[in-house]
Design a protein around this ligand. Structure first.
Ligand SMILES: *[C@@H]1O[C@H](CO)[C@@H](O)[C@H](O)[C@H]1NC(C)=O
Ligand SMILES: *[C@@H]1O[C@H](CO)[C@@H](O)[C@H](O)[C@H]1NC(C)=O
Ligand SMILES: [Zn+2]
Length: 308
């Protein structure tokens, strides 16, 4: 969020600034669990332990839960990047323009990627790094977490199934809270299983390898891989910024120029074509981020994505 808009933001209820609501974040974590390579899985299970049922699903919401703890106030800017673009006319994310102070989701992913494998840190610090990655790889798939306009949509009042909410919260949780009971019996694990099956054998299977290639549609010349990013970052003199998180942010941000701001003021967005246009994007973004999270951890702990 832009600093100039913080005063306005404070009048909103706290959940309005969360990333995907709890269900969206958990879905990303549960999808990732199905694609972890052996050493990544082993680290995840031992690091998270029984507190989180040894799973990235339950651990994915920790980074939002600590927002009410003033000791973690420093982390609140790390959940997003304020892209100063101009949707729906033009969409873009630039690290130098949009993360000039070095404190945004792009630098946070870099930071916690190094920290999660830093054996000089305590097990608690490494577990925190894992929980931040689990969460931020979810947030970077939410189009209004990579957008400055109207404080990431927080300042745009909209209707969802008769209730008044804002565009940001609609994407975090409003539409998901309708989708889950309607299509998945209200079960996040049923939902995540469905998304993972689409990746393995269903409609996402032909797309999955492109999701983890880090080649950008806006900069097709970029041919950096997850392996390049991680080996570059972990060298004695780290190579930054990373390429993949920026490509993911740009991919997500492109939806700000298609579905996200494509509505007529006054229509109920959860009972109109807006909802039917948005749901496939939400589901694909969550599946994508779960798959990317697994690939990222696999490269870190097993040396390659181990994925098709
Ligand atoms: C990096 O992680 C440390 C420990 O959590 C934190 O104090 C620092 O603010 C982080 N920086 C960024 C840019 O994420
Ligand atoms: C924008 O909304 C209109 C009306 O529902 C729809 O026909 C069109 O496909 C939408 N565009 C996108 C990119 O979703
Ligand atoms: Zn968040």
């Amino acid at each position: 969020m832009k600093v100039a808009s913080i005063a306005g933001l404070l009048t909103l209820s706290a959940p309005a600034v969360y990333g995907w609501g709890a269900s969206g974040h958990q879905a990303v974590g549960y999808v990732a669990m199905q694609f972890l390579a052996p050493q990544a899985l082993s680290f995840v299970q031992s690091s998270l332990g029984s507190t989180y049922s040894q799973s990235l699903g339950p651990a994915a919401t920790w980074a939002d839960e600590i927002k009410s703890n003033s000791a973690y106030a420093w982390a609140s800017a790390l959940h997003y990047v304020d892209a100063e673009d101009n949707p729906p006319t033009s969409c873009s994310v630039s690290q130098s323009r949009d993360c000039a102070n070095g404190r945004c989701i792009l630098t946070a992913i870099s930071n916690y990627t190094s920290r999660v494998v830093d054996t000089s840190l305590s097990t608690t610090q490494r577990q925190e790094a894992l929980k931040f990655l689990d969460h931020f790889l979810g947030d970077i798939g939410q189009p209004l977490h990579v957008e400055a306009l109207a404080v990431g949509g927080n300042d745009i009042s909209v209707k969802c199934s008769g209730s008044t909410t804002n565009l940001h919260a609609l994407w975090d949780s409003g539409m998901i809270n309708k989708l889950l009971p309607a299509n998945y019996g209200g079960s996040v694990t049923t939902w995540a299983d469905t998304l993972a099956t689409r990746i393995k054998t269903g409609s996402y299977a032909p797309l999955a390898s492109s999701w983890i290639s880090c080649s950008s549609t806006t900069a097709p010349a970029t041919k950096r891989s997850i392996e390049d990013d991680i080996t570059g970052l972990l060298r004695p003199r780290a190579i930054t910024p990373l390429e993949c998180p920026l490509v993911w942010a740009q991919d997500t941000n492109s939806y700000d120029c298609t579905v996200v701001f494509n509505y007529t003021t006054g229509t109920d967005l959860c009972t109109s074509s807006y909802y039917t246009n948005a749901v496939p994007v939400i589901e694909q973004q969550l599946a994508k981020q779960g798959y990317r999270l697994a690939a990222w951890l696999n490269v870190l702990f097993d040396g390659s994505t181990n994925l098709p």
